[in-house]
Design a binder for this molecule. Sequence first.
Ligand SMILES: [Zn+2]
Length: 149
Amino acid sequence: MSIIDDVLLNAKSAADSVGKKAGKVIDRSKLRLAALDIRSELSRKYRMLGKVCYEADRTGKDYSKGIKQLEDNISELIEQLERINELLASSEKKIKCYGCGTYNVKGAVFCSKCGVRLSEAKPQDEDEYSQEELLDFAEEIMEEDDDNV
Ligand SMILES: [Zn+2]
């Protein structure tokens, strides 16, 4: 094999690995965009739910079907958001602390937030983490609403 062939081959494999990296970057930014979309949709649904509840209370009319529908939509969106967050975290190769749910850099020995020893991590408790995240998210939504009113 000539030197030129060798250089071309190396250049090609370098381009391939850049392409793969770029692919990952694109996927991650797509995920982030999707998460943003879902958050704004969630925000909209929460507002709608608030309006419907307000109207129901004010007029005494039965809006329970509409409320149920909105609640189902919201639950679905929250599930999607969680799935995306999991994907984002796993694509960063982070490990989740079993104590507080914080994502830590892979290879970390202690949790950066609560200091728990990560190498002794038990199987992840998804429910516990989701609850915390949901509460955080609900707080964010409420803060947003306060700003806009
Ligand atoms: Zn922790």
